[in-house]
Design a protein around this ligand. Structure first.
Ligand code: SF4
Ligand code: SF4
Length: 366
């Protein structure tokens, strides 16, 4: 039986964080860190201001660093690599970099010495950060958030950040359906083998996450030595039928999800009126079939039934969406008002553009 600890934590003061996180660690098989090197993987997504609620809160990261020190870790590395980051990326705006300096722990450049790994359950080899090889223990620190493509961002989806920067883009092209992308993410999980996850749900994100949703104060921290169990619990608490979430379904298919979960400290509950990404039943049904006799054309047509992103006239023309688009479906053609034009026939509905737009100019209509 897997165990998930759920604790209340009203805010990001160190006093309250320490109390909640220590209690969770006590009740949920926190790994032995004595003399070990630990890699902490927060969710940075895009280096944005703390108040936007996109990234794992820096004080949450500080509290986990301090917990690891108390547990005897000999070396602590913190790292992430947002989709459009370049070598030498350092998280300034979200303040996680500053926390690393203050706590005297190493910030890892995920581009440096990244090594190719075979991804279990797929035919792919992917570059993953060297810090993964250097660490004895990997701890995922996700934010409690929705996700336009995967419906939820959890401790397992958070591991996609182990792939350095724009090396992620081709993955969206190769694994362009929700179901196939979930396969890739679960493969990365199997390869990375995180030992523990602590989820920041003190200020969560609902609605069109992972970057353009709205913040919601939940005052919750979740912890588990089993990433599938914590992600299953998150989906349940958001109000999804967990097995409709592609990553959860893929974990179940791989027999990596044990739904017999024991809860400690607090019991899970469905959060009232939590704004979800709508699961399109029709598309979900077609995608979930994923049968070999379905032609590529059939699957493409199913994909095109998903909503394409819409660009607002308030665009600041920063070009981030164009740079990240794996399908090269976006361009600035100089027409007034100047904003990216989209070739909907090329668009694979990965919603990476929606994730990276710093000005909330991209919407995905239901
Ligand atoms: S336009 Fe946006 S949703 Fe479409 S392929 Fe490009 S990044 Fe993905
Ligand atoms: S839509 Fe957003 S990301 Fe794209 S160019 Fe405009 S402001 Fe930048």
């Amino acid at each position: 039986m897997k165990r998930v600890a759920i604790a209340r934590c009203p805010d990001y003061t160190q006093e309250n964080l320490e109390a909640a996180i220590s209690k969770i660690a006590e009740c949920s098989s926190f790994p032995d860190l004595e003399g070990k090197t630990v890699l902490l993987k927060p969710n940075i997504l895009s280096d944005s201001p703390v108040e936007d609620g996109i990234t794992t809160h820096p004080e949450f990261v500080r509290a986990v660093i301090r917990l690891c020190k108390r547990k005897g870790a000999s070396r602590i590395i913190v790292g992430d690599s947002p989709g459009i980051s370049t070598p030498g990326f350092f998280p300034r705006q979200c303040k996680i970099g500053e926390v690393c300096r203050q706590e005297d722990v190493q910030w890892a450049d995920f581009f440096k010495d990244a090594r190719e790994h075979r991804i279990p359950g797929t035919k792919s080899h992917l570059l993953l950060c060297a810090a993964l090889d250097q660490a004895d223990v990997l701890i995922s620190l996700p934010k409690f958030k929705t996700h336009q493509l995967m419906y939820t961002t959890g401790s397992i989806k958070n591991l996609f950040g182990l792939v350095p920067g724009l090396h992620k883009s081709p993955c969206h092209l190769l694994y362009s359906r929700r179901e196939s992308f979930a396969k890739l993410i679960c493969g990365i999980y199997e390869e990375a083998k995180p030992a523990y996850a602590l989820m920041d749900g003190i200020i969560a994100m609902e609605g069109p996450g992972p970057a353009n949703g709205t913040t919601r104060a939940l005052g919750l921290v979740l912890g588990s030595s089993d990433c599938p169990a914590i992600d299953f619990t998150q989906a349940l608490m958001m109000g999804y039928k967990p097995t409709l979430v592609p990553i959860i379904r893929e974990l179940k298919r791989r027999k990596l999800l044990d739904m017999d979960i024991e809860y400690t400290i607090e019991q899970p509950y469905v959060i009232k009126d939590f704004k979800l990404i709508k699961v399109t039943e029709k598309t979900h049904f077609m995608q979930s079939l994923a049968l070999p006799f379905l032609t590529r054309g059939f699957m493409k047509r199913a994909q095109r039934r998903e909503p394409a992103p819409i660009f607002s006239d308030q665009c600041h023309r920063c070009g981030k969406c164009i740079r990240i688009c794996p399908a090269h479906a976006l361009s600035l053609d100089g027409k007034q008002p100047i904003k990216p034009s989209i070739d909907v026939t090329k668009c694979i509905r990965c919603y990476c553009c929606h994730e990276v737009c710093p000005f909330d100019c991209i919407t995905v209509k239901k």
